[in-house]
Each structure stands twice: as C-alpha cells, then as structure tokens.
Write a protein that binds this ligand. Structure first.
Ligand code: C2E
Ligand code: MG
Ligand code: MG
Ligand code: MG
Length: 292
C-alpha cells in the first residue's frame, strides 16, 4: 500500500523508498527494545582546562551496540528517537546512568569530575523534567553542582518562555548549564543574557580549520570574546591537533574537548585514564600567567 494515500492521488513505493522505510521501521523497533536489552551504553569523553591543564570533567555520550548492525552512532538514532518520543525514556536512562557513574567515581576516590549530559528538546520540555532531575540527583546522592546539562540553541528557541523558567529552576539547584554546538543554531544573542548559563561550547565545525581558515578563526575568536565579556566559560569541541590548542590558548579559551585529549572512553577505562593524565597540558604550554 502506498504511504500517503491522500486525495491528491496515489503515491507508489519505489524500491528505494520501501528499503528505506523498512530499514527505518526495523531500526525503530529495535531501538524500542534496546533499552530493555541493555544495548545502550554511555562513553565518557574527558574535558581539560587550558588554564591549569587538569581534567575538569567528562561528557557522557550515548552508544548503541545493535546485535546485528554493530555500533550505531547517536547521530543516526537520536533524531529517530526524538521523532518517535523514545528519547524521553532513553534520556531519563542517560541521566540516571551518568549521575550514578559520577557518584561511583566520587566514592572510589577519583579526582572530582563534573558530568555533562546532553538533553534533547522533548526531554527538556516535559513538565515533569525538573521533578525527574530532583529525583535522580536524590536517588544517586549526587550534588547538583557536579551535573552539567548541555542544551542547544534550537532547543531553547522552541519554547523560549518555558525554557527560561526551566533553566532558572535548574540554576537555583546549582546545576551547571552549557550551550552545545554554539554558533550553529539560531543564535539569538539577545537571549544569551536572559539565560542563566555557565558555558558556551564552540561547535566542532568552527574548530576544525581554525588554523587554516581565517573566517573560522574569526568566528571562534569572536565566540571566545563574547564568552569572556558575558563572564561565561568557553570550551572548544572537536580539538584534534596541537596547533588548534595553541590557537585556543592564545585566545584564552578556557577548556577543550576532543581527540587531541582523548576519544570518548567506556566507563571502566575512564578512571585509569584520568589518574594517568591528571595534568595533561604542560604548564609551560599554557602561558596564562598563573602558577601551575
Ligand atoms: P555533541 O554533544 O556535540 O558531542 C560531541 C560529538 O563530537 C560526539 O559525537 C563526540 O564523539 C564527537 N567528538 C568529540 N571529539 C571529537 C574530535 O576531536 N573529532 C571529531 N571528529 N569528533 C569528536 P557522538 O558521540 O557521535 O555524538 C553525536 C551527537 O549526538 C552529540 O553531539 C549529541 O548532540 C548527541 N548525543 C550523544 N549522546 C546523547 C545523549 O545522551 N542524549 C542526547 N539527547 N543527545 C546525545
Ligand atoms: Mg554535547
Ligand atoms: Mg557539541
Ligand atoms: Mg553536536
């Protein structure tokens, strides 16, 4: 049967369409059971301060090990989960797992690490979102200031008034707030001052060619300057090369995350990695003027 058999006439499946539809439906069905079957995992990517070279925290990144298809990237299944609403239970699982992990690291005496968790719009806009956060933090026994929530500009723009209320409620609890992929959404600079934010994360797209493309360098530099004047912390995403680190240090970017530091690691590898890399960037490279 045709997909959209509307009044305007029949729409026939092409072989390509049906393949795509079948693939999508089967992915959707398996995503539905992925949570129950324990196929979802979190990996953790270190974040390093350029001011003192220390590991400050980690970002939790979702991984799906599909029984037949192997690892599926969140870039593929998160948009699907957002469309069909599965992102709500998945997002709750992510928050629970990440907070429990952060608590475990505290209990086992690892250096203090903030845990950054990505939120999707549907999750953030739920009326019970704040209650859910309170419940998870309470259950894990985790201090609110350890948790950092990453949200995107487009998420905020979906419901500005609601977003501002929710952000203030989170901030009151001491939760840290970051804008992810900054510069790629509908940046409304006017709203930046109305959001109680802690951090801007410069999107990887601007960092990639920062040492080669004057336009990217200019944008990154402008975002860093904006963060400084708004008294926000600024972190560069997707840092892969030493030359990028040098550029970012020279512009007084506060922190970096990317393959230059480490790929996202499974939880059992993260703590040993942090112990071995307590101070990753040499003090002499920093040039911030602060003693190490
Ligand atoms: P993001 O939050 O901007 O995460 C950064 C992405 O860049 C991650 O991709 C990370 O693995 C990748 N990355 C980090 N350093 C480098 C680097 O040096 N070079 C390159 N090329 N890539 C780097 P990943 O893990 O595939 O996640 C993609 C996106 O999926 C995330 O982008 C985030 O928007 C979303 N996502 C991941 N986990 C979750 C989650 O638990 N909930 C929600 N709602 N979204 C998530
Ligand atoms: Mg993120
Ligand atoms: Mg990002
Ligand atoms: Mg992204």
């Amino acid at each position: 049967r045709a997909k959209n058999q509307g009044r305007r006439g029949l729409q026939y499946y092409t072989p390509a369409m049906s393949m795509e539809t079948i693939r999508r439906l089967s992915l959707e069905n398996s995503l539905r059971s992925a949570l129950d079957r324990g196929e979802l995992k979190l990996h953790y990517q270190p974040q390093v301060s350029l001011e003192n070279g220390r590991v400050m925290g980690v970002e939790a990144l979702l991984r799906w090990q599909h029984p037949h298809r192997g690892w599926i990237s969140p870039a593929q299944f998160i948009p699907l989960a957002e469309e069909n609403g599965l992102i709500v239970p998945i997002g709750e699982w992510v928050l629970n797992t990440a907070c429990a992990q952060a608590k475990t690291w505290q209990v086992t005496g690892e250096p203090p690490l903030t845990i950054a968790v990505n939120l999707s719009a549907r999750q953030f806009l739920q009326t019970k979102f704040i209650a859910q956060i309170d419940q998870i933090l309470g259950q894990c026994g985790l201090a609110a200031k350890v948790l950092k929530l990453e949200i995107t500009e487009s998420l905020l723009m979906q419901d500005l008034k609601g977003a501002i209320t929710t952000l203030h409620a989170l901030k009151e609890r001491g939760i840290q707030l970051a804008i992810d992929d900054f510069g790629t959404g509908y940046s409304s600079l006017n709203y930046l001052k109305r959001f109680p934010l802690d951090q801007l994360k410069i999107d990887r797209a601007f960092i990639r060619d920062i040492t080669r493309e004057p336009d990217d360098a200019a944008i990154a530099q402008a975002i860093i300057a904006l963060a400084h004047s708004l008294k926000l912390e600024v972190m560069a995403e997707g840092v892969e090369r030493e030359a990028q680190v040098a550029f970012l240090q020279a512009k007084r970017c506060h922190a970096i995350q990317g393959y230059y530091v480490s790929r996202p690691l499974p939880p059992e590898q993260l703590a040993p990695w942090v112990r071995e890399n307590k101070r990753l960037i040499q003090a002499s490279e920093i040039g911030s003027g602060h003693p190490p």
